[in-house]
Design a protein around this ligand. Structure first.
Ligand SMILES: Cc1cc2nc3c(=O)[nH]c(=O)nc-3n(C[C@H](O)[C@H](O)[C@H](O)COP(=O)(O)O)c2cc1C
Length: 191
């Protein structure tokens, strides 16, 4: 059982990093192998819409996304952890998702499984926003649900926290870290 955490904040050690670490700690306590990919440490281009993937099922750009593709394919559980920025995902995560167009091409143009090997996978979303706006997470959720749907990854849940802005403020939340750890335990057990 491999749980892949994708840390999408540009702020290292911030609120989403803390929650992701707790979730992975919970998963590891149930015997799962865990790995964290820190997007801000990678160098990758945005999708150029070259359409090569429509024919090959592979992205034609050779950069750090190659390792991310391998990590996504190996994972049994994929956890995306992003702060809300300008009502959406961080640019790092949106760029990563757009670079997964090759998986869309495999599925819809080439009629292949998007991720290989073709196995059951689960997806989970962690998000934190500084404001308390009513529909704060809706735009990000639409993208995340679409991403998991395209990759044939079953959406297994989310942890969304509003009104958390300062670096590390999530530690003051009465229950958030426990919730993250518990979610990790569940995912680590069930896959
Ligand atoms: C560029 C930028 C844009 C942001 N946009 C929003 C926003 O639209 N809505 C919101 O509630 N918070 C917004 N925030 C606040 C972050 O979501 C908040 O500080 C969050 O706790 C950061 O999480 P992190 O510590 O994991 O980076 C923004 C922060 C930055 C730096």
């Amino acid at each position: 059982m491999k749980v892949l955490g994708i840390a999408a904040s540009p702020r290292r050690g911030g609120n989403t990093d803390i929650l992701l670490a707790e979730l992975l700690r919970g998963a590891a306590s149930r015997g799962a192998e865990t790995e964290t990919v820190v997007l801000s440490q990678l160098r990758y281009e945005t999708c150029t819409h070259c359409d090569v993937c429509l024919k090959t099922g592979q992205c034609n750009i050779k950069d750090d996304m190659r390792q991310v593709y391998r990590d996504l394919e190996e994972a049994d559980v994929i956890v995306l952890a992003s702060p809300i920025q300008f009502m959406g995902l961080t640019a790092h995560l949106k760029a990563m998702i757009d670079r997964c167009q090759a998986f869309w091409a495999r599925k819809y143009a080439l009629k292949q499984p998007p991720l290989q090997p073709d196995k059951p996978r689960k997806g989970f979303f962690i998000a934190v926003g500084g404001t308390k706006l009513k529909n704060l997470f809706e735009p990000a959720l639409a993208v995340v649900r679409t991403f998991f749907h395209i990759l044939n990854v079953e959406y297994a849940g989310e942890l969304l926290f509003k009104g958390v802005d300062e670096k590390g403020a999530i530690r003051q939340h009465p229950d958030a870290l426990r919730q993250a750890c518990e979610a990790g335990k569940r995912l680590g057990e069930e896959g």
